[in-house]
Each structure stands twice: as C-alpha cells, then as structure tokens.
Write a protein that binds this ligand. Structure first.
Ligand code: FES
Ligand SMILES: [Fe+2]
Length: 415
C-alpha cells in the first residue's frame, strides 16, 4: 500500500502538484474528504417547484435525486435501490408519485420511504425491515435563495450560512436582477460540456481573469466589431479577484457607469427594478458583474449556473444551466439567452475554446518531469481587505489560489 499523501505539501499556497490532477488515489480521497463530507451544490429549487417534482444529478460519483415531497420539503436521496443496487430513477428531471426500481419493483416515495416491494410474500417474518430500507438520504441539506446544497455522509463542520458568508452579497445582487428577486434555473436550456481533464481545471477556470485575450481572441474580435464603442467604454480598471473564504472566490468581471447601464438595458426594465428594490440597490445590481465560484463544484457566471461533475481524474462534465429572471420582461430574458448562446453554446465563440484549452492542460500533465502548476501570480502583492478577504488584481491568481486553502483544510483532516 502506498503511504498517505501529504496534501499540505502537494497543494501549496503558490503552486499545486500535478498528481492532484492525475492520480486516481488523490481523486478517490477528494471524493471521500471533499465531495462526500462537505457542502456540495445539488440543485436550485426552481427546478423542482411542486410536490412530486424531481431532478437527478451527482454528488461526486454518487447518483442522487433531489425531490420535493408532499409537504413541499426538499430531499436529497441516493439514487440507489436499497435492495440490490439499481438506480431507481433514470431521467434527468420530471414529476413522479413514486420511484419504482426496474429490477424487482421496490417502490420509494419522494421522501425516500420504502412503500412496497415486489412479491412481498416471498419474505419470511423478520426478513424485511421496511422502515430501515428507504433510500439513503444526505446527512444535511440546506439552501440559500433557492440554491440547494447537501453534504452526503456527515453534517459539515461549518453551517451553510458560514460557508456562504463571503458570497451572499453577490448572490443577492444576482437574484435582484429579477423584480421579484427570484430566478428560474435551466428553464431556458442546459449545455453539457465534457472535457478530458481534471475537475479542478474548471474550478480554477471559472474565475479566470485574463485568459480571454488569448483563448477567446476570435470572440473578442467579433464582439469588438459588434459593440466596439460600448466595450471601449467599460470602466475596467481596478477590478479585483477575491478569496472570500472556504474555497469560495469572486472575479469582478466589469463595472458599468449609470450611463452605460442605460445603453445596455431598456428603461422600462431599469424602472421596474428601481420600483421593486429601490434605485440604489437596483443600480448596484445592474452596474456590477461577477463570476463566482462556490467550492468545490459550483459557479455563477453572467447568465448561468455552472455545475462541475468529476467523473474520473482526467474526465469531467460541466453542466451549464441558463438562468431566467422571474417576472422580468420577455425581451430581457431573450437578450440573456442570445448573449449566453453567443459565448457559451456548444458551437459558440467562447466556451468551446475553454474546453479545448482544458484538454490541452491535461495532455501537458502527462509530462511528470515538470511537476508543478504555478498559481503564484500576484501572491507577493496580495492584500487583505476590511472583511478579511484576500484581494488581488483580477489578472492575478488570487481566485485560483483560493480553493486550495479549503482543499488543504478538507484533505488533511481525519475522516
Ligand atoms: S434491485 Fe431494486 S428491486 Fe431489486
Ligand atoms: Fe474562457
């Protein structure tokens, strides 16, 4: 047996070791210590609005179902029949009074309870403990503004409130682009991007501060032709990358002047938000744009919820759920769809370039004689702000270093 890995040495403050992206045993430890024992994004409540609605997804490698029971409570259940193992739900989403296993017909309620089994008379008295054989439920489920997180095997050592403390103001601003402060997730489509690379490449890549001028040169050329004057007018100086704690981090993407907000969005929509939230609050939400990572598997970018699904050390699927602003004018939501598909669609100008870059990173990782990934850009000039958050210029690598503080904390503890 190999000796235990020293994760504090492999994930240093300014560099990560290539084995963290390639080694199957590291991947196994990440599932056990991070994905199964800390807060992981599962769903948004708007995907399962009514009792009986469900959505299937994964926590790490484990297939799960997010359900809403008859009383409206959200459950996160392991999608694994407690008889002999089949998944009980094969669909991505839907509505069901119960889940019936395809193998021997065991039937489970949306809250996980075992309701009935196939041919029950074959069991002798004492052989079947129905109360103990419900679908396994996550140890802890909690949500913030409809965003549902779960910890599969243990109640985490921090509450969800603690975990999200540094990102809540940004989440609130994102939701307040809707006049009723609510979004609908995935109602206007989902993109799935598999790539041949480790999951952390996307965690790092969701808050990249300056790759765009290299990786997305074509897209930027087209955008400059379409909206050159507007782009040139961005007040982009002074934008920051922030490490806001527990692996979470924020990239300030752009900041508009009030005049630019009015160029960008029709007046009736701006007025609608000002009426709903007050002018100061509404303009703050309209002016500022962020990319945001909630470690380990979730990011919010301009028009999307991004969910990172690790499958193998060198294979990952990213699901990009478009977000719709509830009760906003249809033309606003349509504009959000069009801009989103321009950059992130499977045949678009932006997203596919990122996944091509990720494939190439993983291919480069086959060279063990070059063992370190460098994340030290701006490390020596990094500051701490009034809230205690590490801050650097957006083109530096504060955002990429941030996850590894939490990575070290979780990977070096006893489980
Ligand atoms: S495996 Fe599900 S009923 Fe047998
Ligand atoms: Fe990109």
């Amino acid at each position: 047996m190999n000796r235990p890995r020293d994760y504090a040495d492999l994930a240093r403050v300014d560099r990560t070791h290539v084995s963290l992206y390639t080694d199957p045993e590291v991947f196994h430890d990440e599932m056990e210590r991070i994905f199964y024992r800390s807060w992981v994004y599962v769903a948004h409540e708007s995907e399962i609005p009514n009792p009986g609605d469900y959505k299937t997804t994964y926590i790490g490698l484990v297939p799960v179902i997010a359900t809403r029971d008859a009383k409206g409570k959200v459950h996160v259940l392991v999608n694994r029949c407690t008889h002999r193992g089949a998944t009980v739900c094969p669909y991505e989403k839907g509505h069901a009074a119960s889940f019936v296993c395809p193998y021997h017909g065991w039937e489970f309620a949306p809250d996980g309870q075992l309701l009935s089994v196939g041919l029950p008379k074959g069991y002798n008295e004492g052989e079947l403990d129905m109360a103990q054989l419900g679908l396994r439920e996550a140890a802890k489920v909690d949500s913030y503004r409809g965003i549902v997180f779960a910890s599969l095997l243990e109640v985490p050592d921090i509450t969800l409130e603690q975990k999200l403390a540094g990102v809540r103001p940004v989440i609130d601003m994102y939701m307040d682009l809707s006049p009723v402060g609510e979004i609908l997730v995935g109602h206007s489509g989902i993109y799935k991007h598999p790539y041949h690379g480790n999951w952390k490449i996307q965690t790092e890549g969701s808050v990249e501060g300056y790759h765009a001028i290299f990786t997305h040169q074509t897209a930027l050329d087209v955008m400059a032709r379409k909206m050159g004057a507007f782009l040139r007018g961005f007040q982009n100086s002074g934008l920051k990358g922030l490490d806001v704690g527990y692996g979470n981090n924020i990239l300030e993407v752009y900041r508009l002047s009030d005049e630019q907000v009015h160029q960008r969005w029709p007046k009736p929509y701006i007025d609608m938000l000002c009426d709903a939230h007050g002018e100061r609050r509404a303009m703050e939400a309209l002016r500022n744009r962020f990319n945001l990572v909630i470690f380990p598997n979730f990011a919010i970018l301009e028009y999307q919820f991004r969910v990172i699904r690790p499958i193998e050390p060198d294979f990952t699927e990213v699901r990009i759920y478009h977000t719709t602003l509830k009760d906003a004018p249809a033309e606003i939501n349509l504009k959000r769809v069009r801009e989103h598909e321009f950059f992130y669609g499977p045949a678009s100008f932006g997203g596919p370039d990122d996944y091509a870059a990720f494939d190439r990173i993983q291919e480069g990782f086959r060279a063990p004689m070059v063992p370190w990934v460098h994340l030290n850009r701006g490390y020596l000039s990094e500051q701490t702000d009034a809230q205690g958050h590490r801050v650097g210029d957006l083109t530096q690598e504060t955002q990429q270093r941030a996850p590894y503080y939490e990575y070290r904390r979780l990977m070096t503890r006893e489980v």
